[in-house]
Design a protein around this ligand. Structure first.
Ligand SMILES: Nc1ncnc2c1ncn2[C@@H]1O[C@H](COP(=O)(O)OP(=O)(O)OP(=O)(O)O)[C@@H](O)[C@H]1O
Ligand SMILES: [Mg+2]
Length: 273
């Protein structure tokens, strides 16, 4: 005689509800997973990025800083997880991206002014609107070079200035910058750094900045996101609240020096692990 077991059917586990970030969160990342060639880079990674702040991403070489911002910006596909901007999808969000390599970022066949106007034209704005917005950017960046020139006729710093103007033209909700200063000379770095800070103070645009220069990362940041070696996790998030505008004097102030030292200690701890 066989006994018929009455199987107990376990209720299907309810899908975990989306966990929103704390008040003031702009970008919510949940369960982000990304593998390259079978190796995990991010595994079930959660992060909240605050709105209207500059977040500097810092971590060991190859830990996935660029990949992180590229996944958020939709340039690199994710394997699993969810990324929301104020609860909206990327497609519903206006973003800007400034590439490290400005030489390849601008369209060489367009005059600089047309490069800057490009995203505005793409949005279908009228000629008058496009002209007005470009003039606004020219004034705000205090542009001294001739925007009718082609990108190859400009210096590196001028090209990167134009790239930033193009990224900002449509008024993005989030601006991504991957090592935007690394190909610039020192003078141009200082100039663009100040411009970015000015634009940030005018617009309050959320910015995600990858930098391999710790001083630069701290100088511009409201928050320093320190990452571990891969598989990458958040090592620590530091808040740096010194008043803006930050200036050359800021670099020797105790608050700045302390923040830089602390970031370096966390970085070294992670690299040595
Ligand atoms: N398309 C790809 N295919 C395979 N592996 C990749 C790819 N892109 C990135 N990786 C690997 O993923 C890891 C993270 O790369 P990523 O460029 O994001 O690091 P990073 O922190 O920006 O590095 P760096 O400090 O050098 O700029 C590295 O080990 C890299 O080799
Ligand atoms: Mg990188």
């Amino acid at each position: 005689m066989s006994t018929v077991l009455n199987p107990v059917i376990a209720p299907a586990p309810a899908a975990a509800p989306f966990r929103p970030g704390p008040l003031g969160t702009h970008i919510t990342i949940r369960g982000l997973t990304k593998h390259f060639a079978g190796w995990p880079l991010y595994e079930n990674f959660d992060l909240d990025i605050p709105k209207g702040k500059i977040v500097s991403v810092f971590g060991p070489n190859g830990c996935g800083k660029s990949t992180l911002i590229n996944m958020i910006a939709g340039l690199v596909p994710i394997d699993a997880g969810e990324i929301l901007f104020d609860g909206k999808s990327l497609a519903q969000t206006k973003i800007g991206y400034v590439f490290q390599n400005y030489r390849e970022a601008l369209f060489p066949w367009l005059r600089t002014i047309d490069n800057i106007a490009y995203p505005l034209r793409l949005e279908g704005r009228s000629k008058a609107e496009v002209d007005a917005r470009v003039q606004e950017l020219v004034a705000s960046f205090d542009v001294k070079f001739d925007l009718r020139r082609y990108p190859y006729e400009l210096s590196g710093g001028q090209q990167q200035t134009a790239s930033i103007m193009r990224a900002l033209a449509p008024g993005p909700e989030v601006l991504f910058l991957d090592e935007p200063f690394s190909a610039l000379d020192f003078e141009m770095t200082l100039f663009i750094r100040e411009k970015l800070q000015e634009v940030f103070m005018q617009t309050g645009t959320t910015m995600l900045l990858v930098s391999h220069d710790l001083e630069e990362a701290v100088y511009l940041a409201d928050q320093i996101l320190l990452l571990t070696k891969r598989p990458t996790r958040v090592a620590e998030i530091l808040d740096y609240a010194d008043a803006r505008p930050r200036t050359v004097e800021t670099l020797s102030e105790p608050g700045f020096v302390r923040m830089k030292k602390l970031s370096l200690e966390i970085f070294q701890r992670e690299v040595r692990k």
